[in-house]
Design a protein around this ligand. Structure first.
Ligand SMILES: [Zn+2]
Length: 348
């Protein structure tokens, strides 16, 4: 068993922790949520930490590749590109500090070489297309800095396109507002440049209208790195059945998100996701799009509550639980690593 995970927010979590440990003035400058963490080591790092994911536990759990997102919240960052570059720098520092355990991947050959050397692979993605400001030069710079995947939006309209929204209201639960508006002209130009560069297009967070424009305007396979099935949980962050089919027919990937509010339509804050809930999404996506489009997109350190089996250390428990829930070894191998490896071999 190997683990390839298409999405985590550990870089932005490390950035937040570092700013908090640097003092209130720094934290204020980054417009950070105060009081999120009380007991911190001097400089929180990737080797061992108290987050959902660290290298020590990933090695134990059999990881071979993690996609690290540089996540930027346009609503909180005065300089989105600087916030993105700060996270790329954190990843660089952490890779330099742990060369025995992890190395970057920018191509399939890098991945194979890392595996030969018994190292984890780190793939950089960007979660907020607006960091490139619609400028192909900036996009090219970020590509040269190692970014190989990007979501066009996060949860804000950003000049490139529109996100999917969902609000939680205590009295009514989730209120979905499907957003049909698609990509702007600038967004379509960025999309074209991404395909030209060979930067993978990630449709997670994108509006339904934007999704269909990506499907129509691109030629290569694309992915939803951390999204589930809307038929199972009616959250707009999840994919409709026609979307699942469109990704599968193109040879793309759908990464299972562990966020409880994308798993369970009746979730309440404070509860965590379970393998049973994940299995319901996996069965549905398998039945609609086939087993070959499924992968993992944990969203570790981007979700409030780790799943019932814990953080990255719990992936072997998920493997076992899905076996008990009726998924064959072949199906679990596809989900955990084979599909993602095939996708990266063909598209990275
Ligand atoms: Zn996300």
């Amino acid at each position: 068993m190997r683990v390839l995970d298409l999405h985590c927010d550990t870089l932005s979590a490390l950035r937040r922790l570092r700013r908090e440990s640097a003092g209130p003035a720094e934290a204020e400058a980054g417009a950070l949520d105060p009081g999120a963490c009380s007991q911190l080591p001097e400089k929180p790092g990737l080797r061992e930490n108290h987050l959902h994911l660290d290298l020590s536990r990933m090695r134990q759990a059999g990881y071979s590749l993690q996609v690290f997102a540089a996540f930027v919240d346009l609503g909180r960052e005065a300089d989105p590109l600087a916030a993105c570059r700060e996270q790329i720098q954190i990843l660089r520092e952490e890779l330099a500090a742990n060369p025995d355990w992890i190395a970057p991947v920018e191509s399939w050959e890098d991945y194979e070489e890392n595996r030969r050397q018994g190292k984890l692979s780190a793939l950089l993605s960007l979660e907020e297309g607006a960091v490139c400001q619609g400028d192909p030069e900036i996009l090219g710079d970020l590509y040269r800095a190692g970014a190989r995947m990007m979501t066009l939006t996060w949860n804000h309209a950003n000049g490139l396109g529109f996100p999917n929204h969902a609000e939680y209201r205590p009295e009514t639960g989730l209120v979905c507002r499907p957003e049909e508006r698609g990509l702007t002209e600038k967004g379509r130009a960025v999309l074209e440049e991404m395909e030209r560069l060979g930067m993978l297009v990630d449709v997670s967070h994108l509006s339904d209208g934007g999704f269909w424009q990506v499907a129509a305007c691109t030629r290569r396979p694309f992915l939803a790195s951390h999204s589930n099935a809307r038929a199972v949980c009616g959250h707009t962050r999840n994919l409709t059945d026609p979307m699942i089919r469109a990704i599968a027919e193109r040879g793309g990937l759908i990464g299972l998100n562990f966020c409880v509010s994308f798993l369970d339509p009746a979730w309440r804050p404070g509860r965590c996701g379970t393998p049973e809930e994940m299995a319901a999404h996996l069965r549905h996506i398998r039945d609609v799009g086939g087993m070959d489009c499924l992968a993992l997109g944990s969203d570790f350190d981007g979700i409030e509550e780790a799943p019932s089996f814990g953080g990255c250390e719990g992936m072997p428990l998920l493997w076992e639980a899905l076996g008990r829930l009726g998924f064959s070894e072949e199906e679990r191998e596809k989900l955990f690593f084979r599909n993602a490896e095939r996708f990266f071999q063909e598209n990275l």
